[in-house]
Design a protein around this ligand. Structure first.
Ligand code: HEC
Ligand code: HEC
Length: 254
């Protein structure tokens, strides 16, 4: 008999009644069925348990480029695991995320991170990731910061750590393309104001403090306006030292 998915505890009374009716019909139609009605069960797979995440993070974890939400599908597992620990333990602040993760064991968070990291899904096309209103001068400054940095301000290129194609770097640096502009600006701001922390030494906190406000806006506008090349993946683990010391790179969460 097919089991119904929509009669989880807390589901509507009507759904439960429909579930029971379906069970009655099934039971009556099976030859010689004398068994009592089975309780309706929700399959307890990891994918099923992660359904509530998709309400915000979009179908299968590929958030839309509009608005605020970050995509989580396909990011390096150690990065995602570290972020789940950060939200749970208060090193990143978001009440919805903290509420979902409160009291969850490390093993379960690691399992969730592995699930989303393994999802290999195309990014939305360029038409959806473009359309940011920024002047050509602002975009040119953003491109410069992303690929060449600004030695005068002590700013290494973003690509030095996030990969030459900005698709991230294994094991724990996330990609920077396909993220909404507002989300990027908010993360740089959260590092500046101490609302987001990464493993010490926290290179992103240091770098965010060196970025002028107009530079944060320029680099976020440029990044959000870039199409994501098909098949973009995190680059291989670095063999040289990062241009700033980063705890998340030196001691990735396991
Ligand atoms: C109510 C909406 C909501 C739900 C439900 C939700 N999230 Fe989030 N999630 C957010 C928001 C908003 C952020 C960005 C927070 C910030 O600004 O730091 C976020 C951030 C994240 C990040 C960090 C991404 C990055 O690139 O750093 C991960 C990982 C994540 N969520 C995983 C999950 C998982 C797993 C679940 C299900 C257990 C979940 N989320 C459920 C809203 C939600
Ligand atoms: C010295 C290495 C390094 C450089 C250079 C660097 N980053 Fe990062 N970045 C990291 C690491 C490591 C993380 C993961 C931090 C964590 O574990 O939370 C990160 C994370 C981020 C995130 C969070 C992404 C998300 O999904 O939440 C943003 C945004 C970001 N960096 C933007 C930038 C920008 C913009 C630049 C260039 C101006 C830059 N980074 C340059 C190392 C670097």
């Amino acid at each position: 008999m097919r089991r119904r998915r929509n009669s989880a505890p807390g589901g509507s009374g009507a759904a439960v009644v429909r579930g029971l009716l379906a069970s009655v019909v099934c039971a009556a139609s099976s030859v010689g069925a004398a068994a009592p009605l089975e309780p309706v069960q929700v399959p307890d797979t990891l994918a099923q348990r992660l359904q509530p995440c998709m309400a915000c993070h979009g179908t299968e974890g590929r958030a839309s480029p509009q608005g605020y939400l970050p995509r989580i599908a396909g990011k390096p597992a150690a990065y995602l695991f570290q972020q789940l620990l950060n939200f749970r333990d208060g090193r990143r602040s978001n009440s919805a995320m903290a509420g979902f993760l409160a009291l969850q064991r490390d093993d379960y968070l690691r399992e969730m991170a592995g699930y989303f990291a393994a999802l290999d899904l195309p990014y939305p096309g360029p038409a959806q990731t473009t359309g940011v209103a920024a002047s050509p001068a602002e975009l040119a400054r953003g491109a410069q910061l992303a690929h060449r940095g600004d030695p005068a301000r002590g700013l290494p290129a973003c690509s030095a750590c996030h990969g030459s194609a900005l698709g991230g770097m294994l094991p724990a640096v996330p990609g920077l393309l396909g993220l909404p502009r507002d989300y990027l600006i908010a993360q740089l701001g959260a590092w500046q104001t101490g609302q987001r922390h990464a493993t010490a030494p926290d290179c992103m906190a240091e770098l965010s403090r060196r970025l002028a406000p107009e530079d944060a806006s320029a680099v976020a506008s440029w990044l959000a306006a870039q199409p994501v090349p098909p098949g973009l993946k995190a680059a291989a683990t670095r063999t040289t030292a990062a241009p700033l010391a980063c705890g998340s790179i030196e001691r990735p969460a396991r």
